[in-house]
Design a protein around this ligand. Structure first.
Ligand code: ATP
Ligand code: MG
Length: 367
């Protein structure tokens, strides 16, 4: 998929912008606070997802003192050209080919993209919840079954946790706990199975991409770490996982009652990230950490391409700092078929760009 034409009106510090990007690498450079991230964010919102920044409400996107923002893109794949429009005031309203969609999230399969922003470094630096969030958001984008299972699981978990607190005072409620144990064991097993399968697919792709970025000098590997302490592979029988879970929930019951929370399950799992058999969380350098997150994002893009049959747009905000010249060169010239938008402060980083366009962002205008 390629964006042929982008129009932005009153989005953050961008007053009015018309942009015809090229079909491969588009560099947007400029000094701090000129609107580079704002441009990446505007394109990202066309996927129907939430911003990658912390945003309290949609009004924050609207340029100060303007009534609303409009972001519109004409985009095409091998089959046809379409138009996606996002109007933002107190809320976001989406249109596909001038027809209002039921919700903004309906844009997701039509306008696939992946985004890297420095905030995504939390995938390495923060705790397991960020890595679960990454895996879950990949799965939610390609599997409606996963969205439903995850929602049902979250609800069942909060019911069980509420009951665990009540059981302390009303022991007769203990019998009712069993019904939640059964459904949590079942749903946890299914979630773990789907996540493990996805982790295996991501691992193949991210490992190959990282090998390229590091010129074959380092090896990345990903693994699913279950809170159950058992390494299941994607082919493990669901019935076996389910009974292991159920038994472990029973075994942990006294702890769970003591703490008033479920201490075991899909909500406690993690994704292990190893670099040359060391834990990347503890040992990866800044540039290595950045390269890992980048490899994960590019692997996600390949997954989306397989799911939707079209190459996602790749948005890389401020990715170049901390990467050495060889890694930067590899990145710019080996992203393949995708249309890419890269922002950076330093124009000099792009001297070796073989195929692409370079524009300067200045005060919300592209020069
Ligand atoms: P850096 O190189 O530091 O990352 P940047 O070019 O990516 O800079 P942006 O994050 O895009 O800069 O922000 C540019 C400016 O947009 C900021 O100074 C910010 O105050 C301004 N801005 C953010 N929201 C709004 C808004 N709703 N209306 C007007 N200006 C806004
Ligand atoms: Mg920025």
């Amino acid at each position: 998929m390629k964006i042929d034409q982008l129009s932005i009106k009153d989005f953050r510090n961008i007053p009015s912008l018309e942009y015809t990007p090229c079909e491969n690498v588009n560099i947007i450079y400029g000094q701090n606070a000129q609107g580079k991230t704002n441009l990446i964010e505007a394109i990202w919102l066309l996927t129907g997802a939430k911003s990658f920044r912390r945003v309290k409400n949609d009004r924050e996107f609207v340029r100060f003192s303007a009534p609303k923002s409009i972001v519109e893109a004409k985009f095409s794949n091998e089959l046809r050209q379409q138009t996606v429009t996002l109007e933002i005031d107190d809320r976001r309203t989406a249109f596909l080919n001038d027809i209002k969609t039921d919700s903004v999230s309906a844009l997701a399969p039509e306008f696939p993209a992946v985004v890297f922003s420095p905030s995504h470094m939390s995938l390495i630096r923060s705790g397991p919840s960020e890595r679960r969030r990454f895996i879950d958001s990949c799965l939610c984008r390609i599997s409606p079954k996963f969205i439903k299972t995850l929602n049902d699981y979250t609800r069942a978990l909060s019911q069980r946790n509420a009951l665990l607190k009540d059981v302390r005072h009303s022991s007769y409620l203990l019998d009712t706990l069993d019904i939640w144990d059964q459904s949590i064991a079942q749903m946890s097993s299914l979630i773990i199975k789907m996540r493990t399968k996805l982790t295996e697919r991501l691992n193949d792709k991210a490992c190959r991409i990282y090998e390229g970025i590091s010129m074959g000098n380092e090896k990345l590997s990903l693994s699913y770490i279950s809170s159950l302490g058992v390494d299941y592979n994607a082919d493990a029988p669901l019935s076996q996982m389910c009974s292991d879970f159920y038994n472990s929930l029973k075994y942990r019951l006294s702890d769970d009652i003591k703490y008033g929370v479920t201490t075991l399950g899909a909500h406690r799992d993690d994704i292990g990230i190893q670099l040359d058999s060391s834990d990347a969380r503890s040992f990866a350098s800044q540039g290595q950490s950045r390269s890992i997150v980048l490899a994960l994002k590019l692997a996600e893009s390949e997954l989306l391409q397989e799911a939707f049959g079209t190459s996602p747009v790749i948005l890389l905000d401020d990715v170049m700092s901390e990467l050495d010249s060889k890694r930067r060169e590899y990145l710019l010239n080996h992203i393949g078929e995708n249309q890419v938008f890269v922002t950076c402060c330093e124009k000099a980083y792009f001297e070796n760009l073989k195929n692409g366009s370079i524009k300067e962002m200045n005060g919300g205008n592209l020069l």
